[in-house]
Design a protein around this ligand. Structure first.
Ligand SMILES: [Zn+2]
Ligand SMILES: [Zn+2]
Ligand SMILES: [Zn+2]
Length: 296
């Protein structure tokens, strides 16, 4: 929340002590006997903002620019602006920044997210998602392709009747290869949809920050997919790890309660599992019934 001038309500930049629009001092004495909150450090001045980190009332003299907006000077000194490696892509290079961010998110998520800007352009988060999807699926996908290629190579020529075995082999390999490229793209698109649904739930839980914050938290929670460079592991283990980590990133970047963060992270995956499970169950039931029908 941006602080505003007590005289004219124009928003001002933390650090200023006079209003840029009306020229009035931002340090205003509270009305005698008034109920307005006063600064926690300077009770002689009216509070113009509450610190989003510690909740303290602050006067204009006590406000500083933090990564998430205006914060109090105490919090500003305690935790100076942190930098996520991902936000230092220009200096580090994209791949190094990606690797360091993933490593940090897996090994010490609390320290990695301390003091970082909770907000980032959606495009920056989407790039991160795409890279983790590629890391997660590419190696496994390539390995599957290679295995299928080898297995098909071992099939004796005489086995097939009518179809051209060479063409079949070629198409299977092309199909697997295309899948390897398309799955990361598809899963990146799905991430956008899922983050949107999560954001709706987080909003219901009372978070005030925008979708780009949810998107960033969701993107960072995809870091476990980096484990995908070890073939097969990521495809099965990473989704669970990512959902758990997501509750943590939602809580940290949105500064919300565990309850809201957990709901935001788990509700959509659980619901979609139930839906898919229900659909699958109905399908099985229908198949079973029709099986009975043909037998009887
Ligand atoms: Zn003003
Ligand atoms: Zn504070
Ligand atoms: Zn103050």
């Amino acid at each position: 929340m941006t602080p505003s001038c007590p005289s004219c309500q124009a928003p001002f930049t933390p650090g200023a002590e006079t209003c840029e629009r009306c020229g009035a001092s931002l340090l205003v004495a509270p009305a005698p006997g008034g109920a307005e909150p006063v600064c926690a450090v300077h009770p002689e001045w009216r509070s113009v903002a509450t610190c989003p980190r510690c909740g303290a009332f602050a006067c204009a003299r006590c406000l500083r620019q933090g990564p998430e907006g205006a914060i109090c000077v105490t919090c500003h000194e305690r935790e100076p602006l942190g930098q996520l490696p991902w936000d230092q892509r220009d200096e580090l290079g994209t791949l190094k920044a990606f690797w360091r961010t993933c490593y940090g998110m897996l090994m010490r998520p609390t320290e990695t997210l301390r003091g970082v800007n909770p907000d980032a352009p959606v495009s920056s988060s989407m790039t991160f998602v795409l890279l983790s999807a590629i890391a997660g699926f590419l190696t496994t996908g390539l390995l599957y392709t290679a295995i299928v290629g080898i297995v098909l190579g071992l099939v004796p020529q005489t086995d097939t009747s009518g179809t051209d075995p060479e063409a079949l082999k070629r198409w299977m390999t092309v199909g697997m290869g295309a899948g390897t490229v398309l799955i990361p793209l598809f899963s990146t698109g799905m991430t956008l949809v899922n983050a949107g649904l999560d954001h709706l739930i987080l909003r219901m839980g009372g978070v005030e920050r925008g979708f780009s914050v949810t998107m960033r938290a969701h993107a960072l929670s995809q870091a476990p997919y980096i484990v995908g460079v070890i073939p097969f592991v990521a495809v099965y283990a990473a989704p669970f790890w990512a959902v758990g980590l997501r509750a943590f990133t939602y809580r940290t970047l949105h500064r919300t309660s565990w309850g809201t963060a957990l709901a935001g992270a788990f509700l959509v995956p659980v619901l979609s599992c139930c839906l898919c499970g229900g659909f699958y169950g109905a399908l099985m039931f229908a198949a079973f019934k029709s099986g009975l029908g043909t037998q009887g």
